[in-house]
Design a protein around this ligand. Sequence first.
Ligand code: SF4
Length: 459
Amino acid sequence: MNVVLVSTYDLGHQPFGLASPSAWLKQLGVSVATVDLAVQPLAQKTIAPADLIAFHVPMHTATRIAARVIPRVREMNPNAHICVYGLYAPVNESFLRGLGVQTVLGGEFEAGLVALVRRLSAGGEPGVNALQSEPVVSLARQTFLVPDRSGLPVLSRYAYLNLSDGGRRTVGYTEASRGCKHLCRHCPIVPVYEGRFRIVQREVVLEDVRSQVNAGARHITFGDPDFFNGPKHAAALIQEFHSEFPEITYDVTIKVEHLLTHAHLLPALRDTGCLFVTTAVESFDDRVLEIFDKRHAREDFRRVVARFREIGLALNPTFVSFTPWTSLDSYRDFLAEIAELGLVENISPIQYAIRLLIPMGSKLLELTEVRRFVGRFDGAALCYPWAHSDQRVDRLYQDVLSLVKKGQCQGRNRRQTFLEVWKRANQENESTAAGLRELRLDDVPARATIPYLSEPWFC
Ligand code: SF4
């Protein structure tokens, strides 16, 4: 049997979501080809001989691209069985089936792909109408195999790490866990994992790091939704990582609450080569944080900032800066807090223009208030549309997004873009016009920009 695994977009990483199932499927003795459409073309010669074509959709953008590509793939090969797997597959199941997708696999998908290949092989002709017998969401604990990265484009074709001194490092990517034990309402992981997470065995993670270091990686991104969901697993892993790869740096994502409850582990992160920690702050408005059920407040984040300064570790905060509860005043307050905390150099400008996305299955839809303002599900955008009750806020969002994109095209630095956004945010802020603070470049302390990936985080 010929299997083709396709990634459409994975935030500039060499896709773990292709490498891991590749290893599982090759063990069955089937032929596996991989295509990463972020850096490779969709070639007829790869697609035409496939019996099974499986798309990995770890994020919203990847799913939207897959939805556009699937009809083209169907034309190239009308007889192949089409599968979509990954975090965004189960919540979009009915939409995907409408596109002719026969198998949908979410959660711990490797075993499901193996079962699918066995089912299709047993049926002789892998017919397009074969009914799915694998669970759409599986949270079964898997014994992982070392991801097979052979056949994937080289690491230098992916996002790199920009260092504070202007240098660059080749980046590898792996996952030490999947899912999350928390239930934040706006998070796409929750409808699938429902408060559970699954560990990737330490020896598998280290072997995957080893193979990427051998392939030229000098920095590893651990893509776990929350690296401290399993603090013992994380603590043991970074010690082994550092003793074997003392020159290799890494970054992780950890929620604000865990940065406080597991604060004793932070020095170990610093001492084992962690260059920065991404943390989803989302908002400085405690009401929004409560609606999202983030389990932290504005004051908690201030404590985290202070602690990070104390121990000399860099933070990479992310936000949902435009929500239905954002006002002109609260947006200005958001920017003021960033300046006040001295975080301008820590924040990727795209974070000033992230608008709340309400995908299918979002727990936010359980709130009456939210159900009242969303429109009908938009199949093209793959989300529930919403408009702000104050049109000026939606205009502000559009303008900030344009400023951020323009800043990126013109090579502006983070401080310059921040000031542009600040100026725009204060333009029509009537209630605060009297107290409008002039902010100049000199008012934003010039700190060294923290190391950052050339492809910033977004959904
Ligand atoms: S802690 Fe992060 S990954 Fe976990 S549910 Fe909340 S937003 Fe999602």
